[in-house]
Write a protein that binds this ligand. Sequence first.
Ligand code: CFM
Length: 552
Amino acid sequence: MTADDNPTKEVKLDNQDPEKVKARLLAKYPPKVARKRAKQIVINKVEPDGNVPVISSNVRTVPGLMGQRGCCYAGCKGVVLGPTRDIINITHGPIGCGFYSWLTRRNQTDPESTPDGHNFIPYCFSTDMQDEEIIFGGEKKLKKAIQEAYDNFKPKAISVFSTCPVGLIGDDVHAVCREMKAKLGINIFGFSCEGYKGVSQSAGHHIANNGIFKHVVGLDDTIGEGKYRINLLGEYNIGGDAFEIERLFDLCGITLVSSYSGNSSIDAFANSHTADLNLIMCHRSINYVAEMMETKFGVPWIKVNFIGAAATAKSLRKIAQYFDEQELTDTVEQVIADEMPSVEAACADVYPRTEGKRAMLFVGGSRAHHYQELFGELGMKTLSAGYEFGHRDDYEGRKVLPTIKVDADSRNIEELEIKPDPERFSLRVNDVKKAELEAKGLNFGEYEGMMPEMPDGSMVIDDLSQYETDQLIKIFKPDLFCAGIKEKYAVQKHGIPLKQLHSYDYGGPYAGFKGAVNFYHEIDRMVSSRVWKYMRAPWQENPELSATYAWE
Ligand code: CFM
């Protein structure tokens, strides 16, 4: 093969200068679109005080731009409630919504850990709405579906998720749920999470948080065993991540009261307000529950990250710092000391092949940040990263919360008014203790966001479009692109390997220490393999097939 017919030859780069790249990304857009996208494509610069540039986010995608986002229903049903094993989640709507939100995210669960062994995750429940319901209303069919689910499975709880047509025709799912709850005597609750609500799945997270807090949290006040009782929020057990984190908690003697919502059960949610600390892994999807639990019950929260070996060790140490008991500190240190040698050995093995390789990460609302830790451990550089639906606080840190403009789309999503519970509120750490811990570096209720941790000059892009994806790849030729299934094959056709950071392709776990080792091996395999470089698209073999697609 000569250099000329090598399809992966470097495109003659005029420049990889981020300002020029940004201009090139915007050049093809009509002026109004370019103005809007210009605010969502930011060149990072961290000021000495930790301030970063403002990035426009959580705004509507421009119609016509092919984006990565999902819908509100996906965020509520698929993301937050979907991984709970013993609630029957009924999708009220046409069958496609239920089918395409059914386990595609590879969230795992362990039914043996609840006594009744209930596990409804392998089932897809839907009212399968037809024309008749669209015209005459779907409430009757929904009632029948709830009854049928109850008769067949005798679950502890049933929840109902509204899809777009439900809102359009005005079915009152909440009234149906109340009626069926009274009739059947189990917990039944609904979500008005129609796909069109909000600008992305992020709206669905908020709606799910509200619903679970209103209908489930606080129903069981039993204080269980364990000295160090915590909840893990925003960990969804994709590819078994939560199993690995639970393994570490067990080794450390830390009791997990409830996880939200990987490997979770409804009883654990009901009891979760009795924990003494909330750990937030994915800030975007679950910060609302943490905030509400703090206000109502006095449980503080801290941000953690179990993606990356160093981040895992740091997070375990934060828990020990909070409980401030020598015994726990010693155990945590022992666990870290026991686990790290094999992690370090695995890293040293792959490092010569991964060092200096360049990655791009465009994922969801938290992983584009968290996974930079793992790439850092591999000596890889993150050239560019962005969220699909993160808010400014996920990029710039929670300190910008007071300056975020509430637009009409966000105003649509209910903000619950939460007050301290007159009987059950109990401050887990008083102000004096809190100040003492903060002085030692344990920050409560704080998330610093992705941008302060990224180098100056890296491109941070919100709600990346497919056109911009193609351009970035042509300009930078990264060694690895991380995104999801919708992007995977288009990226691979450029000759660049794509790692799905939503479902993990067929891999995982990637959290914790064992997860880090898995990830090192996977990334080594992907950046060392030359297979995608041999890809030749049909129009490269036969230019006459290229039609109007402007490759260069
Ligand atoms: Fe949180 Fe998630 Fe994510 Fe997310 Fe998601 Fe997800 Fe994601 Mo896909 S809750 S924001 S809405 S970490 S499903 S498990 S991978 S986009 S980065």
